[in-house]
Design a protein around this ligand. Structure first.
Ligand code: ADP
Length: 271
């Protein structure tokens, strides 16, 4: 059965990867290598959670109805693995929409500070699992006009990466900083860091610094490409500061033009 799922995933992923890489300007050989890596990573990423889900369903089937309440851990496993798959599928959908220019960006007013707070709450469990101290320095409400769901996805990708690429016991901090012309959402970590050469490549689709090392962390090299795309659609950019083995700061810089009105300055200042 698993073999059939494997074949099925590959049958879906091969045409999808061709489609996604269709407009790439990379040399053909490089693109083909990227696609092979992508198919391997994406198949693995979809198959692993699916296997966990199936095993958990089998365990639950053997239980008496009243025992199910006592076996919430199996249901929780199913929930979190389905979430992993849903995340990858939503990343692929955003990319497919970006590729055929049908990705729409909503322009609605929302509070950027409470969005950042929500993300910290959402990611706390993941950080706890790795004994990473996740903290925030967010400040008062900032009314921003943009696509809340897509910006949430972009910020989540940066925090998720900061946790993934920081060894156990490290620190990750999310800061919201207001400047004269821009607002910055900074994600700082004490993780593995990046060289100048790696920094230049991380936004490329399917790029992963060290595939062997990264295999343990999961991911297919699409997150930063999506985050970059979403932030650019808001007229912003993502800046990276990093020192190998010391840590990185990924900052989403958004123009203040999208603010409802000049929000009062607070302690979090920048240029
Ligand atoms: P993924 O995490 O799925 O591999 P991304 O596009 O999000 O894909 O990131 C691309 C690569 O950039 C990662 O594989 C990793 O090697 C590197 N990277 C991203 N964020 C960080 C970080 N905070 N610290 C160190 N390396 C990072």
């Amino acid at each position: 059965f698993l073999f059939l799922i494997g074949i099925g995933s590959i049958a879906v992923l091969i045409p999808m990867s061709y489609f996604l890489a269709g407009k790439s300007l990379q040399p053909i050989k490089e693109t083909f290598e990227d696609q092979k890596k992508f198919i391997a990573n994406a198949s693995h990423e979809l198959r692993t959670p699916l296997t966990v889900i199936q095993t958990n369903v089998e365990v639950l089937k053997l239980k008496e109805e009243e025992q199910i309440k006592d076996n919430m851990k199996w249901l929780n496993n199913i929930g979190s693995e389905s979430e992993t798959m849903a995340k990858l599928i939503s990343d692929l959908l955003i990319l497919a929409q970006a590729e055929n220019q049908s990705l729409s960006i909503e322009k609605e007013l929302f509070d950027l500070s409470s969005l950042c707070e929500q993300i910290v709450v959402l990611m706390t469990e993941l950080a706890n699992e790795k004994e990473i101290e996740l903290s925030a320095n967010i400040g008062p409400a900032i009314q921003y006009r943009g696509d809340e769901e897509k910006l949430k996805q972009a910020i989540r990708i940066l925090v998720d990466n900061a946790i993934k690429y920081t060894p156990e016991g490290g620190k990750v901090q999310l800061c919201l900083v207001q400047g004269k012309r821009n607002i910055a959402i900074e994600v700082k970590d004490t993780g593995v860091g990046l060289t100048e050469e790696e920094k230049a490549k991380v936004f490329s689709r399917f790029y992963r610094v060290d595939d062997a090392r990264n295999r343990e962390t999961g991911g297919v090299g699409l997150g930063l490409n999506i985050a970059d795309y979403v932030v650019k659609k808001h007229g912003g950019k993502i800046k990276i500061e990093s020192v190998p083995n010391m840590g990185s700061t990924f900052s989403i810089i958004l123009p203040r033009a999208n603010l409802k009105s000049e929000t009062k300055k607070n302690n979090n200042q920048m240029d």
